[in-house]
Every structure is written in structure tokens, then in C-alpha cells.
Design a protein around this ligand. Sequence first.
Ligand SMILES: [Zn+2]
Length: 189
Amino acid sequence: MTQEEVLAVLSETGALLHGHFELRSGLHSPEFFQCANLLRYPRQAEKLCSELCKLLPEEIAKQADTVISPALGGILVGHEVARALDKKCIFAEKQDGKLVLRRFNILKGEPVIVAEDVVTRGGRVQETIDIVHALGGKVVAVLTLVDRSNGTVDFGIPHYSLLKMSPITWEPNECPHCARGSKAVHPGS
Ligand SMILES: [Zn+2]
């Protein structure tokens, strides 16, 4: 799939919204990612996740035993990635504000792929990598559907992303949409 085809699926499913948004950071943007909207459509999610898996070199894919994702957003992506690669699928979840592995185990030396929907600064992916390494596992690759850092986030581990883009943002007082009198909306509220 080309980047245009990926963007088209994301737009059609409502995962990539166009308009005038206020981000959590307070900045304004003409676009917003709501990956959960893609995951509403299992066949489209399966299609994009299997495309994502094609980016993974075969020797890394062969090594891995397990796919792990940070809950909540990553779980369905991890599940589709694990299906495409025919691996086991587990997830880390929040407990007292921190990601932990509550119901699964990772063996010493177990080769693991980390999968996530969207990465911006990479905090949740890094937390998941740290969990795997703390248990003695080995993260062999990171797979993300959308890399909003445009390739600048660096985990020190091979990272493959279906779509790389840098977000367009403005300070509210420099926002061209605000200048035209439009009011920014908070997606998801
Ligand atoms: Zn604005």
C-alpha cells in the first residue's frame, strides 16, 4: 500500500479527522488521530496491520515468539499483528497509573515485538520495552501503525511504522482557523 492508500483508509474509517482541533497540549491542529475509529472496523484493521507486518524483515519476524502491546489503544493492533505474524499476543496494562504485566509472563531471553497504534513521543512504547527487559525478555522490534514523530523517536531498537508524519500544530494565537473566527473543538469530548 502507498502512503496515500494508508491515509485514505485512515480518513474513511474516521481514524484521521480533518478540521480544527485543540490538542491536549493546548496547541491547535487541522488534524487529529483517533485510531480507535479504525479499530471499529476489524477487516480494515486487519488489512493495515498485515501491511505493517510486511515492513518487518523476515529474519526478525522469525526470531520473535510474542507480541506485546500497551493497553488500551495498542491491544487490538497487537492482536492483529500477532495474527499476521502467527505469534502469541499479550498486553501490559495500567495499575496505579503505571504500566505493568499483570496476567502474563515473559521468559528469560524471550524475543518479543512491541506493537502500538500511534507513537508521538514514545512514552508508552518505552515503558513496554522496559517491562520486557526487566523480566529478562528481549525486544527485537517495535511496530506502530502511525509514527507522529516522523521518524525522530528512537528506541534503540528497529522501529517500523506504516505511516510517518509530523503533526501540524499552531499556538492558538497563531492558528489560521482561529484567525478566520472558527472555534477549535476537543475531539473525543
Ligand atoms: Zn485554532
